[in-house]
Ligand binder design. Structure first.
Ligand code: SAH
Ligand code: SF4
Length: 350
């Protein structure tokens, strides 16, 4: 990892202190802050004198993330492979909707939760991403789309559903949320940011106490504790009842309806008994269920469901009075599931 500090991590006021210490005029800080959040490197900040640009690059790093590969799906979904300064790679997915772009970001290199169906956890956790690296993913994608800052941004929504467990990198994720929602930067409203967790209960309570209220999404994947433990090791630490209580607390504190993600795995999570138990568990709660067809990961021996089976399961939930949707299949041709592209890259480069 580079020893230089990343300037993206600093607020405009902190950059001002740096600039003044370099005997430069304080107003330069605002220009530098904007340029950094637009994704520029020091060499591209032509408003600044050559000497200042050089002095800054001697001491600091401007952009901690760059796009090294992009794959476009036939459905318009685009997947990025981002390189970090220490040579690690992470991935992000850009999805185009009628109202703008949603970016799915990674919060860790790898993941230590070890869910049975997920490619991100195949090699465990490598390291946490820093706040400016998570922000860097957003900045890179926004620049790629020729987006500007605030109301000129192209990234409208952010979902933390790439590699990593955001609540296992809590402090950095909170700092990232403050940076990305700052009015002078890209300024994505917390209302348009979703945090997906495998259900780390104490951190869900912490999140409810923050002054930034994002949309909370919990990966449930089974209405039965025992079966859930088989596919999600973290379920051994926290029961479904504890998760539901933490969600209810989040709703009390924030007024935000929460979302459950539910992966349909043939035979394991998609039977009428599962639907029935799910209805019993969730009926009457201020929540929504998002069904996801399993993206088959070649290293794992789990099978996905057919479209017909997925719609049948959706129909059962709706009939039972739950608010539910089936997520559009996106980017299947480009290793759409979280962690798959990175895994492929690691294999090819070993
Ligand atoms: N670690 C967090 C967020 C990243 S995973 C979490 O687990 O919630 C984002 C979502 O993708 C989760 O709901 C996860 O269960 C799901 N997911 C992981 N691998 C998948 C696969 N192969 N097919 C479909 N969904 C998958
Ligand atoms: Fe980690 Fe989420 Fe993948 Fe589980 S599903 S291994 S928590 S990234």
């Amino acid at each position: 990892m580079t020893e230089k500090q990343c300037l993206l991590e600093l607020t405009s006021e902190q950059i001002k202190e740096v600039i003044i210490a370099l005997n430069e005029k304080g107003y330069r800080a605002g220009q530098i802050y904007k340029a950094l959040h637009l994704g520029l490197d020091f060499s591209e900040m032509t408003e600044l004198s050559k000497q200042l640009r050089e002095r800054l690059s001697e001491q600091f790093v401007a952009q901690p993330v760059k796009i090294i590969k992009s794959l476009k799906s036939v459905d318009g979904t685009e997947k990025f492979l981002f390189a970090l300064l220490d040579g690690n790679v992470i991935e992000g997915v850009l999805m185009k909707y009628k109202y703008g772009y949603t970016l799915c970001v990674s919060t860790q290199v790898g993941c230590r939760m070890g869910c049975a169906f997920c490619a991100s956890g195949l090699n465990g956790l490598v390291r946490n991403l820093t706040p400016s690296e998570i922000l860097g993913e957003v900045i890179c994608a926004n620049r790629y789309l020729d987006g500007g800052l605030a109301d000129k941004r192209k990234i409208i929504n952010i979902v933390m559903m790439g590699s990593g467990e955001p609540l296992d990198n809590y402090d950095n994720v909170i700092k990232f949320l403050k940076l990305v929602s700052n009015a002078s930067g890209i300024n994505v409203s917390p209302r348009n940011i979703s945090l997906s967790t495998s259900g780390i209960v104490p951190k869900m309570y912490d999140l409810a106490k923050e002054d930034i209220h994002v949309n909370l999404t919990v990966s449930l994947h089974s209405p039965f504790d025992e079966a859930r433990q088989k596919i999600m090791p973290v379920a051994k630490a926290y029961s479904i009842k504890q998760i539901l209580d933490a969600c209810a607390n989040y709703f009390d504190k924030t007024g935000r309806r929460y979302i459950f993600e539910y992966v349909l795995i043939k035979g394991d999570t998609d039977t009428p008994e599962h639907a029935e138990a799910l209805i019993k568990l969730l009926k009457g709660r201020p929540c929504h269920v998002n069904l996801i067809r399993l993206n088959e990961v070649k290293e794992k021996n789990l099978k996905t469901v057919t479209d017909k089976e997925a719609y049948r399961f959706l129909g059962l939930l709706e009939k039972g009075g739950l608010s539910a949707t089936l997520r559009r299949r996106m980017g299947v041709d480009i290793d759409g599931a979280c962690g798959q592209l990175r895994q492929r890259y690691i294999e090819e480069n070993q």
